[in-house]
Design a protein around this ligand. Structure first.
Ligand code: ATP
Ligand code: MG
Length: 308
């Protein structure tokens, strides 16, 4: 999942995981940047490097399990060294901050450590689906480009081999796709379109349908005739209330018009299917809200041109 900061990447990651569980697909969610609200959407505490269960599978509907973990470059390096028979020196090496020194000399090394670990998890095949909650768009491009960039700087040896294997995964559209997320607003849409072309051209990565998040749902009766609708519903409006109601309805109508415009513009500029998620008027997205979002997503699957 990639997209501009704050557009809902984490919410969409959680929604996809929940939807996958309902489809019976076991999922591992991977977080790479700090703390997010993802576990709380499943009613769970913060994540760790060790896998935790976000929601148990089973039940009458045969739901699959959702697990999650974080990945950090330091821990990924420890794992890598351990897997290559170097555990004796690995702890000291990582504790000494050697990774930071190397990372300065070869930018992208931290990204490749994370992506290398993702590749290892993918090859292990313990899950039907891996969902990576990627960093914000600007960084997502550098992040996903790291493999190709490293291949140019490091031409032989284990880092080269690692970068090669990561690039193979990233460019194999059957193994890996990027889901770009946007709000139905001008700047995020522009940025999504730019990111989409950068990812395709510079990384060669496949794009899944895009997700437009935060769309206002139609409310029946709320429109130009909000006051009439309120009256029809038996509400008696006090002085001044009619004007406020009218203004609120107008605001919402304008907002929705803008959203329709931006969504159409996105479809125009980017020939990718769109999945749409509603804006939820709530302060916190918890399990109930997540369920609602997942059902909305699943309701659109049959409109997609191909199985994702
Ligand atoms: N469909 C929605 N309805 C209501 N609130 C939403 C929706 N999607 C996201 N939010 C809220 O918007 C905020 C940003 O969402 P989220 O954290 O998923 O964005 P992000 O793209 O992951 O941000 P960052 O770039 O900081 O990681 C959160 O408070 C989240 O609860
Ligand atoms: Mg996030």
């Amino acid at each position: 999942m990639a997209g501009k900061g704050g557009v809902g990447k984490t919410v969409v990651t959680a929604t996809m995981a929940r939807a996958a569980a309902k489809l019976g697909l076991s999922t591992l969610v991977i977080e790479v940047e700090g703390k997010s609200g993802l576990p709380s959407m499943f009613g769970q505490p913060a994540l760790d490097y060790e896998e935790v269960v976000l929601s148990h599978g089973g039940g009458p509907d045969g739901e699959a399990e959702v697990r999650a973990r974080t990945l950090t470059p330091d821990e990924a390096l420890l794992d890598y060294l351990r897997d290559h028979g170097l555990s004796r020196i690995s702890k000291r090496l990582v504790a000494s901050g050697a990774l930071d020194v190397v990372a300065t000399a070869a930018p992208g090394i931290k990204d490749i450590l994370i992506l290398g670990k993702v590749k290892q998890l993918e090859r292990m095949g313990d899950y039907d689906l891996l969902l990576l909650d990627a960093p914000a768009a600007g960084h997502a491009i550098t992040f996903l480009q790291s493999a190709r960039a490293l291949l140019d700087t490091v031409r032989v040896g284990p880092i080269n081999a690692q970068a090669q294997a990561v690039l193979e995964m990233l460019t194999d559209h059957a193994r890996c796709r990027v889901v770009l997320v946007s709000l139905p607003e001008e700047t995020p849409v522009n940025e999504l379109v730019d990111t989409a072309f950068s990812l395709e051209d510079r990384v060669g990565i496949g794009l899944a349908p895009v997700v437009v998040n935060g769309l206002y749902d139609e409310i029946e009766g709320v429109g130009a005739s909000a006051v009439e609708a309120a009256a029809a519903a038996g509400a008696t409006l006090r002085k001044g209330e009619a004007a406020v109601l009218e203004a609120a309805a107008q605001f919402r109508a304008d907002r929705m018009e803008l959203q329709v415009e931006q969504t159409a513009r996105l479809a125009d500029q980017l020939p990718l299917a769109q999945l749409r998620l509603p804006f939820l008027f709530t302060t916190d997205i918890g399990p109930a809200e997540l369920d609602l979002l997942a059902d909305r997503l699943l309701g659109q699957l049959d409109q997609l041109p191909e199985v994702v």
